[in-house]
Design a protein around this ligand. Structure first.
Ligand SMILES: [Cu+2]
Length: 125
């Protein structure tokens, strides 16, 4: 009986660890300290544009990417960066490992100007 109890505990602990590990999916490799010190990159969305055509970040630093829907209902997808934001999940931590550019698009069909809702996330040295 003792063995079974020990086994059950093992399973319970594994489940807890698995649940924590899957929290936030794309936060892998980002420490709590990095999250605490992360600078915000706020992308303000209106009908039908983002407030900047380019957003610049530094390579290797952690940022908190925030979607601010100031007008209308828009979503953000940073292509190739596994960042997807909407009103239900309006911020995510992101760290770019290399210099380059990502395309930012609105991923919610928001109206006649939807296709023009594009911007760039530029990763600098
Ligand atoms: Cu849209």
């Amino acid at each position: 009986m003792k063995k079974i109890a020990a086994l059950m505990w093992g399973v319970a602990i594994l489940l807890v660890v698995a649940a924590c590990g899957s929290n936030g999916g794309s936060n892998q490799g980002i420490s709590q300290e990095e999250m605490d010190n992360a600078e915000n990159v706020t992308i303000v969305a209106t009908n039908y544009q983002f407030d900047q055509t380019e957003y610049r970040i530094k390579k290797g630093e952690v940022y908190n990417i925030v979607l601010d829907n100031a007008e209308g209902v828009h979503g953000i997808e940073i292509k190739g960066a596994r960042v997807k934001l909407d009103n239900a999940n309006s911020s995510e931590y992101f760290k770019a490992d290399k210099v380059g550019e990502y395309e930012i698009i609105c991923n919610i069909p928001c109206g006649p100007g939807h296709a023009s809702m594009v911007a760039k996330l530029i990763v600098e040295e």
